[in-house]
Every structure is written in structure tokens, then in C-alpha cells.
Design a protein around this ligand. Structure first.
Ligand code: NAD
Ligand code: UGA
Length: 450
């Protein structure tokens, strides 16, 4: 099928590349000329494992997408048009919909008759209607359909999450769009495609459930899914803090409850809490929707409050141990909001670094992938960048594990201990090291809820 994708960010580019790999003819539109020029050469502007390889593989079947900044070329191409632009939070917590608005106008101006416009961006309830209205205003003569197809991929495992999704949700108010989308996703639903060798089909992978709803419910599904996941983590963190008070071990407690199939063991890792471009933004957006209807979403307030307090907890723990942070040398292991991404949006590392600097500490940081982005995006952040964890350890008073990159899991902690010299606090913000081993080496080891 002929597909156009507006926005070549984390979601748009992954969606476009996966659809091209599945055999569709894809055209991608972005306003960022540099990005598009790079993509034409197969250069991926983000760090997402194997995405470069997948894009390269589309050449084998002559399905390498068209990349363009020309809206006419991109819009005249697609019978299906995905909107996958950003919906970042405004100061008041509502999502900024100006990029969606621009897309709707572009579609109205250039799209062809009978196209189906799919909102893949995460948008507030009512956005389906609103996008319909904007396109109609831009071109009253255009016959078109609007549907919602929320995206559930995670950064760092985006190809896997697309090819082997837990479900595909389509919100549509009529059958035409629903049937077309079912056809588009048939290779995924039926798992009939040949997987690339770097993303093999998991053993026993069954058909992907196709969930069909009205547009408003699809929009609510996306916000509810992210809010629930965020709430699960905040729950684990709240229990971790109680574990610290009573002397229990939160990892054991979460294992004990996660094995209950009604609860499930995923997203119960306690630590310094969630970050990233979506959990904070989407919980906040759902709060705003509830408030519009004069409803008090207490669970959502709690989810947010618990999360951001976890970042302060790190500072408090260091103060408990070191008393004065002024003049202390502190190293942060990891900057990205989670491993396997270069994304720093709402990254806990940034808040922790700023708080330490404010208290007069000297802060050094390292990250295998996100350091360059951090330098570019935060030119005023007064931290010292170093290349690797052992260099980071040199002469530090404390190390804080912020992002649990695989290489940090495999650190030679004895070497780290030797390199630190003097006082040796290891604050494990993701509970990845064994407290027994770390203490045996001689660290003053602190973790969350253990
Ligand atoms: P992003 O910021 O990485 O990418 C957005 C892209 O859209 C940019 O390349 C930008 O240049 C482009 N753009 C903006 N306005 C445009 C226009 N008028 N025409 C063409 N291109 C335009 O965003 P993202 O992380 O991919 O998120 C996109 C949406 O998907 C958001 O609503 C987000 O909440 C949602 N989402 C994101 C993820 C994720 O893991 N990042 C997962 C699920 C859902
Ligand atoms: C999240 C959701 O998992 C995706 O389903 C969704 O599509 C996406 O948001 C989105 O809407 O953008 P993502 O933000 O890429 O994906 O990353 P996650 O793996 O969900 O992690 C989010 C944050 O939670 C990270 O900071 C991670 O360190 C933290 N986390 C995760 C925990 O603190 N504990 C856990 O048990 C799991």
C-alpha cells in the first residue's frame, strides 16, 4: 500500500522503516532539512538499535522510503497518511498541538481524494474530531477519513515492539478506515513476514491482537496505558521507600507480588523513577483532561509526585552520608533517561546534576551514547564529561548509577573502588548491583529500598 508518514522522529521513522520492510511504498515528510538529507543517504538521526540496518535492508526489495521536505510530493503519495509529529508539553502541562495543526493544514492542501489520515502522535481526546475539522477547513472539497492508531513502542527496542507488538489498536468511527488499516498491518497481525536476523521472531509469537475501538477510546487507551505503567513504577518506588524504613528488600517484595499474574512482574523496578519524553507528558495531559471536566485525578497526581521526589531522594541520601556536598567530587554513571537510547528528555540525570551543582558539588558525567546530545542540548550545564566509567571513578567522593547501561552492569567494581580512592560511596539508583558484593569490596553502598 502507499503510505505517507509526517515526522521522522523516533515514532515516524521507526514506523516508516518497518512498513517499508514489510513491503509497503513509503514516503516520509519532515520540516528538518538536515535530517531528510541524512536519511536520503541512509543516515539515522537518532540512536535506535538496528534501525540503520533495517533501513538499509529496505533497499533489497526496492522499498527504500522516499524522504522529502516537499509536502506536495509526500502528500500526493499516500492513500494512508500517518501523523507522527511531536506533542511536547506546554508550561501548563497541556500538550502543544501546533505541529499537529500544521500537519492537518498540509494534508488539507495536498492530500489526494479518499485518503485515510491516521493520528499516531499521542493526542488528547477529541483530537480526531479536531484534525478532521482542520483538514476540512483547509480543503472543503477533499473526501477523507480520520482514524487513531496509538503507538506503544519503547525507545531502544522500537523495532522489536513494532514487529512483535502486544496489540494493534485502531480507533475509527467507520469501517472503511478500519478495513484499510487491517490490510496495512496484515503481515504483523498474521506474523507472515520474514523477520530480519537481528530481530528474530520470539519463540511462540502468536498473531498480534487487533483491537478496534471508536476514536475517543483509542485516544484514551494511549494515555491510560502510559499512566498505568508510570503508576506501576511509582507504586514500586513508594513501596521501596517504605521498605527502607522497615528494613525489607524491595526487589524481593516486587518479585513476590509480580509473580501474581493479576499484577505482573514488569515495570516494578524501583529506583530513581521514570523519565523520558512520554510518561511525564502523558500523565500530565491526562490530568489536564480530567481537570477540564472538573474531575480530581488523585492517582495521577500521586503518580507524578512520587516520581519526581525519587530524584531528590538521591541528593538526600548523599547528604545523609556526606553531610556537606559543597566541594565534593561526584560522578554520574549515565545520562540518557534509560539504556539503549540517546534521548535526554526529562532524564533524571539532568535534574540530579543540576541539584548537585546548586549545592556546590563538582559533577562529572559519562554516558556511552547520550553524552554528545547532552553537550549540544545543555551547553550551560557545568559538568565535566569523561569517556568511561573508570575515568569517572578517579578520585571521586561518590558515584551515582543513574542509567543502567549494560556496560555499567558489567563493571569491574573492584577496579572502580581502587580508582576512587579515599571515601567510596556507590549510590545505585537502579538497584543493579549486589549489596553483598559491593559491601564486601568496601563500598559504602546505597541503593533504593534494599
Ligand atoms: P520527535 O520529536 O522525535 O519527532 C517529531 C518529528 O516531527 C521531528 O523530526 C520534527 O522535525 C517533525 N515535524 C514537526 N512538525 C512537522 C511538520 N509540520 N511537518 C513535518 N514534520 C514535522 O517525536 P517522537 O518522539 O517521534 O514522538 C512523536 C509522537 O509520538 C508524540 O506525540 C509522542 O508522544 C508519541 N510517541 C512517542 C514515543 C517515543 O518512544 N518517542 C512512543 C509512542 C508515542
Ligand atoms: C514508554 C512506554 O513503555 C511505551 O509503551 C510508550 O510507547 C512510550 O513510553 C511513549 O509513549 O513514548 P519509553 O519512554 O521509551 O516507553 O521507555 P520505558 O521503557 O517505558 O521507560 C520509561 C522510564 O521508566 C525510564 O526512565 C525507565 O528507566 C523507567 N522505568 C521503567 C523504571 O524506573 N522502572 C521500571 O520498572 C521500568
Amino acid at each position: 500500500m502507499k503510505v505517507s508518514v509526517i515526522g521522522t522522529g523516533y515514532v515516524g521513522l521507526v514506523t516508516a522503516t518497518c512498513l517499508a520492510y514489510l513491503g509497503h511504498d513509503v514516503a516520509c515528510l519532515d520540516i528538518d532539512e538536515k535530517k531528510i538529507e541524512g536519511l536520503k543517504q541512509g543516515q539515522i538521526p537518532i540512536y535506535e538499535p538496528n534501525l540503520d540496518q533495517l533501513l538499509e535492508d529496505t533497499k533489497k526489495t526496492n522499498k527504500f522510503p522516499i524522504f522529502t521536505t516537499d509536502p506536495k510530493i509526500a502528500m500526493e503519495h499516500g492513500e494512508i497518511i500517518f501523523i507522527a509529529v511531536g506533542t511536547p508539553p506546554k508550561e501548563n502541562g497541556e500538550p502543544d498541538l501546533r505541529y499537529i495543526e500544521a500537519c492537518a493544514k498540509t494534508i488539507g492542501k495536498h492530500a489526494k481524494q479518499d485518503c485515510i489520515v491516521i493520528n499516531k502522535s499521542t493526542v488528547p481526546v477529541g483530537s480526531g474530531n479536531w484534525v478532521y475539522m482542520l483538514i476540512e477547513q483547509a480543503n472543503p472539497k477533499l473526501n477523507f477519513h480520520v482514524a487513531s492508531n496509538p503507538e506503544f513502542l519503547r525507545e531502544g527496542s522500537a523495532i522489536f515492539d513494532t514487529f512483535y507488538a502486544d496489540r494493534i489498536v485502531i480507533g475509527a468511527d467507520e469501517n472503511f478506515a478500519r478495513a484499510k488499516l487491517k490490510e496495512l498491518y496484515k503481515p504483523l497481525i498474521e506474523q507472515s513476514f520474514t523477520p530480519p536476523n537481528y530481530c528474530p521472531r520470539p519463540h511462540g509469537q502468536a498473531h498480534i491482537p487487533f483491537i478496534s475501538t471508536d476514536i475517543t477510546s483509542a485516544e484514551m487507551i494511549k494515555y491510560s496505558a502510559n499512566s498505568f505503567l508510570a503508576m506501576k513504577i511509582s507504586f514500586a518506588n513508594q513501596i521501596a521507600n517504605i521498605c527502607d524504613l522497615v528494613g525489607a528488600d524491595v526487589t524481593e517484595v516486587m518479585q513476590g507480588i509480580g509473580t501474581d499474574s493479576r499484577i505482573g512482574g514488569k515495570f516494578l523496578n524501583a529506583g530513581i523513577g521514570w523519565g523520558g519524553s512520554c510518561f511525564g507528558k502523558d500523565v500530565q495531559a491526562l490530568i489536564k483532561i480530567a481537570e477540564e471536566y472538573d474531575y480530581n485525578p488523585e492517582l495521577l497526581y500521586g503518580t507524578t509526585n512520587v516520581n519526581y521526589k525519587q530524584r531528590n531522594l538521591v541528593i538526600k541520601r548523599l547528604q545523609d552520608q556526606m553531610k556537606i556536598l559543597k566541594g565534593k567530587k561526584i560522578g554520574l554513571l549515565g545520562l540518557a533517561f534509560k539504556p539503549n537510547t540517546d534521548d535526554l528528555r526529562d532524564a533524571p540525570a539532568l535534574d540530579i546534576a543540576k541539584a548537585l551543582i546548586k549545592l556546590g558539588a563538582s559533577v562529572s558525567v559519562t554516558d556511552p551514547i547520550a553524552a554528545e546530545n547532552c553537550k549540544k542540548q545543555n551547553p550551560d550545564l557545568e559538568v565535566n564529561y569523561v569517556n568511561d566509567p573508570y575515568e569517572l571513578a578517579q578520585g571521586k567522593d561518590a558515584l551515582i548509577l543513574v542509567t543502567e547501561w549494560d556496560e555499567y552492569r558489567k563493571l569491574d567494581l573492584e577496579k572502580v573502588f581502587r580508582f576512587m580512592g579515599g571515601s567510596k560511596i556507590l549510590l545505585d539508583g537502579r538497584n543493579i548491583y549486589s549489596p553483598v558484593d559491593a559491601k564486601k569490596i568496601g563500598f559504602n553502598y546505597i541503593s533504593i529500598g534494599r
